[in-house]
Design a protein around this ligand. Structure first.
Ligand SMILES: [Ca+2]
Ligand SMILES: [Ca+2]
Length: 132
């Protein structure tokens, strides 16, 4: 005689995949008039992440090598990847800007591991056989 119980192993997703842009070393060129109003969307970047649920959330930001003063003229929206103008542009002052954008995993929100007990796991043992 033997009893069989069922054990279910749930594999949780770790955030082990980095977001990827569609192409490696992708580069985009946008041409814009110097009189565009602040708030104009110049480009929407997209990236994908092979993880699941919260682990596939992507955050966009300017890379460190983007020069600081550009942050007064352009902004990248962390959630949507939109690059928008926030200040005025002046062709005579600067005709070309170069921005570098990183797509990164959102800062980790660790969920505690859950141990789920299921009532169907209970096994019944028959009373000890009388061996006399
Ligand atoms: Ca990820
Ligand atoms: Ca994963």
């Amino acid at each position: 005689m033997y009893v069989v119980i069922q054990v279910e192993i749930n594999v949780l997703d770790n955030n082990d995949n980095q977001p990827q842009f569609g192409a490696v070393n992708a580069s985009y060129s946008v041409t814009v008039r110097e009189d565009v109003p602040p708030g104009t969307v110049l480009l929407t970047l997209s990236a994908s992440d092979a993880d699941v649920g919260a682990n596939d959330e992507i955050q966009f930001s300017f890379a460190e090598r983007t020069s600081r003063d550009l942050a007064t003229r352009f902004e990248v929206r962390p959630d949507t990847g939109e690059i928008i103008t926030i200040g005025s542009l002046d062709h005579e002052v600067q005709p070309l800007y170069r921005l570098y954008v990183v797509a990164s995993d959102k800062p980790e929100v660790e969920e505690p591991l859950k141990m789920r007990s299921s009532s169907s796991v209970a096994s019944t043992l028959s009373p000890t056989t009388n061996r006399k």
